[in-house]
Design a protein around this ligand. Structure first.
Ligand code: TXA
Ligand code: MG
Length: 324
């Protein structure tokens, strides 16, 4: 079973335990503000292969490469002025930028799936310090088995992957709770490849540019990790529920009480106050709780599409998609 070390109370010990594993090409779980990542040396092909093997993930997905700071990012990717502005404004934070890979970058093609671009992000907290101490970028998808719900706590990671990895760094509950927003700047326009923990409204306010939303078919080619079924609980999922069927688990929002709520096996409210950031932070852990209740189906009340509601609705649609 994996060791769990708190980055909040034992930060130096956490880094001291993580560094030799990374140097040896092992993967370990790291906290980030969005979700926990399964991290390994992005320049070491065996290490990257271990990520795919540990997750049981199909090989064709490029991975996000996590950097310590902008200087490290600039050594691996070419920044146009608008991407640099986004980086300066939102890093460290829940933003991934797709950028042209520098030919001299040491990032291995297994991490980029052979693309000539790379997805880069700088996470908040101790993970940035760990990457700086390691001196190389860390490739890290979410620290869950392929197709399962992304982990927002060290306990989630340990339950899903604890038998397969040596170390989980525990940074507490992930404050954002959904994966980073993925953007790609093209010809001075900002395209959103994946809605996530940074709201489109905030990007538009900071840049004065309109964020171009993913076109369903194009998005799959552009961001190959965006498989329709993803983030899937074992239970069936029903969206925009306006009533509850007997025995269903209900996940609601802002105190909404649909008809039949008294027959629900379990009732969870993502944010009784109607706060979408709080709802995003609770989304995956409530999905897991509802799933663990043993209810055959989870009914989700409608969530508004503004702000982080866009990312929440994206993840709910994936959770409800037929499993492949
Ligand atoms: O919040 C997050 O982004 C989390 C934490 C751990 O950082 N990471 C995460 O990684 O969600 P992952 O591997 O689950 O998602 C990577 C996404 C995929 O949809 C992939 O297709 C896209 O990023 N991606 C990565 N590199 C890309 C590239 N060069 N071009 C297009 N899409 C890329
Ligand atoms: Mg994932």
């Amino acid at each position: 079973m994996a060791d769990i070390i708190s980055t909040l109370t034992r930060p130096d010990e956490a880094i001291a335990a993580a560094l030799p594993l990374l140097q040896a090409g092992q993967c370990l779980a790291i906290p980030t503000e969005t979700v926990y990542g399964l991290a390994a040396d992005a320049t070491n092909p065996e290490a990257i292969a271990r990520i795919y093997e540990t997750k049981g993930r199909p090989r064709f997905n490029p991975l996000i490469c996590h950097m310590a700071d902008l200087a490290m990012a600039e050594r691996h990717a070419v920044f146009d002025p608008l991407s640099r502005k986004l980086a300066e404004r939102f890093w460290p934070g829940p933003l991934t930028l797709i950028l042209p890979l520098r030919p001299e970058s040491s990032i291995h093609s297994l991490a980029t799936a052979g693309l000539d671009s790379v997805g880069i992000r700088i996470p908040k907290g101790l993970t940035g310090r760990l990457i700086a101490a390691f001196g190389r970028p860390l490739a890290a998808p979410s620290a869950n088995r392929s197709g399962r719900i992304s982990p927002t706590s060290a306990a989630h990671v340990a339950a899903d992957l604890g038998e397969r990895i040596a170390l989980v760094l525990d940074g507490g509950a992930a404050p954002v709770g959904v994966e980073s927003t993925i953007l790609k700047v093209e010809d001075g326009a900002i395209r959103m490849l994946r809605p996530g923990g940074l709201a489109a409204e905030d990007i538009e306010a900071a840049t004065g540019c309109t964020v171009i939303r993913p076109q369903k078919a194009g998005a799959i080619i552009e961001a190959p990790g965006m498989l329709a079924s993803h983030y899937a609980p074992d239970a069936a999922v029903r969206l925009n529920a306006t009533h509850v069927e007997p025995g269903e688990a209900l996940v609601t929002f802002a105190g909404f009480a649909p008809a039949g709520i008294e027959k629900a096996a379990l009732v969870l409210d993502l944010s009784p106050a109607g706060n979408l950031a709080e709802a995003a932070a609770n989304l995956f852990s409530f999905m897991k709780l509802a799933d663990a209740s043993g209810a055959p189906r989870i009914a989700f009340a409608a969530i508004p599409m503004s702000g982080l509601g866009e990312a929440i609705n994206d993840r709910l649609q994936r959770a409800a998609a037929p499993k492949t």
